[in-house]
Design a protein around this ligand. Structure first.
Ligand SMILES: Nc1nc2c(c(=O)[nH]1)N[C@H]1C(S)=C(S)[C@@H](COP(=O)(O)OP(=O)(O)OC[C@H]3O[C@@H](n4cnc5c(=O)[nH]c(N)nc54)[C@H](O)[C@@H]3O)O[C@H]1N2
Ligand SMILES: Nc1nc2c(c(=O)[nH]1)N[C@H]1C(S)=C(S)[C@@H](COP(=O)(O)OP(=O)(O)OC[C@H]3O[C@@H](n4cnc5c(=O)[nH]c(N)nc54)[C@H](O)[C@@H]3O)O[C@H]1N2
Ligand code: SF4
Ligand SMILES: [Mo]
Length: 752
């Protein structure tokens, strides 16, 4: 029998450990797939999606040689040397004429691949590229901004041990995003001592398991959460003793919530006020509460305000830094993903985007601002872009405008495995091995009090014409003259004597030549890379991360069994199924609260006006010309962003039906499977309908990730399903974080 080879599923943020058997043609097919019991987080769990993972590998849209766009718009193959020298020349010309800050980076990886983003920093610093963004700036940046103000870090839920679990605009039964989601959900649902609260307009699979489902009307969570907070304050349910010890400015916040008209707000939210009170009381009396918010509120009205209110719910009731509550984990990527400026930061000093002055949060420009940073004659506009491992022409709001912006660029390079909607607009496409043909890892590691990391080795040989991202970036850096060759030789020499000697030489090289720091991951890749086990050269950059992770969490890493940065790095490289790198007590996450006094800051004055304004604001509503609110992009059983381009992957819902309440359908004269015309202010499309009684009247939803061009360029392609962002608009976004309002797009549905 074939061996079981450990790797990870790449179809959602969980990256569950899986084991696969190879067979079929050239021994390149995954013939059997199962959860990996040795994975420290998923522990053998896997959902149905990876069973058909072959569709990612075996993909007619794959690109197998570097491509250069011809004048007529078609592509020709070029060899890698030509590609590197021409791409470097074009980028350098734009830098020299206009400055490196006019070259914009979008990327960093999708759901399974974050090593590329790690190496891109070399190319970016060598070119002096100042600005970047990625998909997180169309979902999580509002949350990061608030978490930065309150904690200076990103708290995560401990659903495994919580007494009360709250899911806010999140359907983990389908979208996962929490470890072993369905097992954990069932355990909470079965236990009479524990309570699950789900806030979602739709009676989702998760809501079906809930003890309390608050079916908020779409886009009205700000009123609902204010009402919950109003109950907590007005009924004296605030944990004052805990707050006195652990938080600042809570008195003022409580004072401002004392007047919230709970009954009115519950009514506006469309939720029975008795259920609101029950939920608030249950949260307040619980020993521990864990809460997660996701796209239902983050891609919606008032999203940054809601991120603030949802944090107040669990802070006012004393749920940070304890078992079953919330905590900031020890991180492998330090100040990376999820971190924004801490409580003491002066907001007037915040970096802003060069043309529109949008807030840059966690280092990213809001995705909805990108076209306006390009489509202008402003001298500071972006003139070139590198897009890597993401597909913004499909995934960002307002695809038409996004594509127009990409076309207006003087130069676009795309680094991807497939001919995507974005790749089709590129001047050069640099193809990479798939995530199973090279070493890979993700940085979505947010467990606490123990945290883990999973580096995977290659399972299959890569085809001849592709190069892994670390090699692409190292070669670009070399072509740009950014690799410090002398230091590279000195470092290799030091490394031949041992890793401690290498570490010492590295520190002194960084000090003596700034080029070493600028090209850091490329330098590691060229020095340490070749000494790593076969196929694992790409792990070299993790040496730097392991060193920093050790320095900032030495006690926790030691408790996990590694008493030096080198021991930690070796364990990462050797572990096949992932490893625990930090072990802590729950209380230790207090040391990551980054305020001067170590307390949680509750004052976020930037949001007070919006909060107070709820009282007189008319909530979003399906009415008049637009009687429906469309959720453009829902997670379903067979969606995985645009990772799977072949629609054959889907066992059901092949065309991605529009879900509609049966009563609404009847009024429109629509039956199951009928074609309907769906119109928003941006576009009109025809789509099959699915009568679905989990939908509220007036609310319709389309799945995410459909409508991709398949197979690809020069082949006849037939997009199946609707690309949701054909229907969305750039200006519909949060005023503060710029995150889009995808979940409440005013729409009209008509029978065809
Ligand atoms: N199967 C699958 N899983 C995935 C992905 C995938 O593509 N497919 N993508 C991954 C990614 S990138 C992400 S970010 C996560 C996202 O995971 P989720 O956020 O859970 O995904 P969604 O289904 O987009 O939205 C969640 C819920 O928001 C609800 N909602 C809509 N409008 C409102 C509203 O006004 N208020 C509230 N409270 N809720 C509302 C919807 O009914 C839906 O149930 O999933 C990850 N997991
Ligand atoms: N309307 C609407 N729009 C949405 C959403 C929604 O709910 N509604 N959801 C949004 C969310 S939350 C997210 S996270 C984004 C996701 O959208 P994107 O961030 O654009 O991510 P993916 O669709 O996952 O695209 C991943 C890309 O990586 C490529 N790829 C796969 N493996 C590799 C590799 O090893 N190397 C390289 N270089 N490339 C690789 C794939 O071919 C694909 O082009 O979509 C967003 N867009
Ligand atoms: S939960 Fe996510 S990572 Fe785990 S098996 Fe399912 S799709 Fe893959
Ligand atoms: Mo996402």
């Amino acid at each position: 029998m074939a061996d079981w080879i450990p790797t990870a599923c790449i179809l959602c943020t969980c990256n569950c450990g899986i084991e696969v058997q190879l067979g079929g043609e050239g021994n390149r097919e995954f013939t059997r797939i199962r959860g990996d019991k040795n994975h420290p987080v998923s522990k053998g769990y896997a959902c149905e999606k990876p069973q058909r993972l072959n569709y990612y590998q075996d993909n007619n849209a794959r690109i197998l040689a570097p491509l250069r766009r011809k004048k007529d718009g078609s592509y020709e193959e070029v060899d890698w040397d030509t590609a590197f020298s021409e791409v470097a020349k074009r980028l350098a010309a734009i830098r020299d004429a206009h400055g490196g800050d006019k070259i914009f980076y979008y990327g960093g990886g999708g759901q399974g691949n974050h090593l590329p983003g790690g190496y891109s920093t070399a190319t970016r610093s060598v070119l002096g590229m100042e600005y970047s963004s990625n998909a997180l700036a169309q979902e999580k940046t509002g949350e990061y901004w608030v978490a930065g103000k309150m904690f200076g870090g990103w708290p995560h839920p401990d659903f495994e041990n919580c007494e009360v679990a709250v899911f806010l605009g999140k359907n983990p039964w389908q979208s996962h995003g929490i470890p072993r989601a369905r097992v954990t959900l069932r355990e909470i649902a079965r236990d009479p001592e524990r309570t699950m609260i789900v806030i979602d307009p739709r009676r989702t699979e998760t809501a079906d398991l809930a003890d309390i489902h608050l079916p908020v009307r779409p886009g009205r969570d700000a009123w609902l959460l204010s009402a919950i907070l109003g109950v907590i304050v007005q009924e004296g349910l605030v944990d004052e003793g805990w707050l006195a010890k652990h938080a600042t400015d809570y008195e003022d916040i409580c004072e401002s919530l004392r007047d919230v008209p709970v009954d009115d707000y519950a009514k506006t939210a469309g939720v029975d006020v008795a259920a609101v009170r029950e939920a608030a009381r249950r949260i307040a009396e619980a020993e521990s509460v864990a809460l997660v918010e996701d796209l239902g509120v983050q891609q919606n009205r008032h999203s940054t305000l809601v991120s603030y209110l949802s944090r107040l719910v669990w802070v006012l009731t004393g749920n940070y830094g304890k078992r079953g509550g919330m905590g900031i984990p020890a991180s492998m990527i330090g100040g990376g993903m999820g971190s924004d400026q801490g409580p003491a930061f002066d907001e007037s000093q915040r970096p802003r985007s060069p043309v529109t002055g949008a807030r840059i949060i966690s280092g990213s420009i809001p995705c909805n601002s990108i076209p306006d940073e390009i489509l202008t004659d402003h001298p500071d506009r972006f003139r070139a872009m590198i897009v890597e491992a993401e597909n913004p022409a499909h995934s960002l709001a307002d695809s038409q405008r996004m594509k127009e912006a990409f076309e207006a660029l003087e130069f676009l390079v795309v680094i991807d495995v497939a001919m995507t909607e974005t790749a089709r607009l590129a001047d050069y496409i640099l193809p990479t091995p798939t995530q199973f043909e090279k070493a890979e890892a993700t940085f979505f590691n947010w467990e606490y009090p123990t945290n883990s990391f999973h580096l995977r080795g290659p399972l299959l040989d890569a085809p001849d014409g592709v190069l892994p991202e670390p090699e692409i970036h190292a070669r670009l850096v070399e072509a740009l003259g950014g690799l410090p060759h002398e230091e590279v030789e000195t470092l290799k020499e030091a490394l031949s004597k041992g890793r401690p000697q290498f570490a010492a030489a590295f520190m002194s090289a960084m000090q003596s030549n700034p080029m070493v720091g600028a090209a850091l991951p490329a330098v590691l890749y060229r020095t340490l890379g070749p000494t790593l086990p076969e196929g694992m050269a790409s792990a070299a950059a993790l040496w730097g991360l392991a060193t920093m992770a050790f320095m900032s969490n030495a006690d926790s890493v030691r408790r996990a069994g590694y008493d030096s940065p080198e021991a930690l790095f070796d364990a990462i490289v050797e572990s096949k199924s992932g490893m625990i790198f930090a072990a802590e007590d729950y209380e230790e996450c207090w040391k990551r609260v980054a305020s001067a006094d170590g307390k949680i800051n509750l004052a976020v004055p930037e949001l007070y006006e919006e909060l107070a304004g709820l009282e007189s604001e008319a909530p979003v509503e399906g009415t008049g010309e637009w009687p429906f609110l469309l959720s453009a992009g829902e997670r379903r059983s067979f969606t995985a962003n645009t990772i799977m381009r072949n629609p054959e992957w889907r066992k059901k819902d092949r065309a991605g039906a529009l879900r509609i309440n049966p009563g609404d359908a009847q009024e429109l004269g629509l039956s199951e499977g009928d074609l309907a015309k769906l119109t928003t202010k941006r576009a009109s499309v025809e789509v099959e309908v699915e009568l679905n009684d989990t939908m509220q009247s007036g609310h319709v939803s389309l799945p995410n990730g459909y409508g991709v061009d398949y197979p690809g360029v020069d082949l006849e392609s037939t997009p199946i399903g609707i690309a949701p962002n054909d229907l969305t608009a750039i200006e519909d976004r949060d005023w503060l974080a710029g995150t889009p309002w995808h979940k409440t797009v005013p729409a009209r549905v008509e029978a065809v």
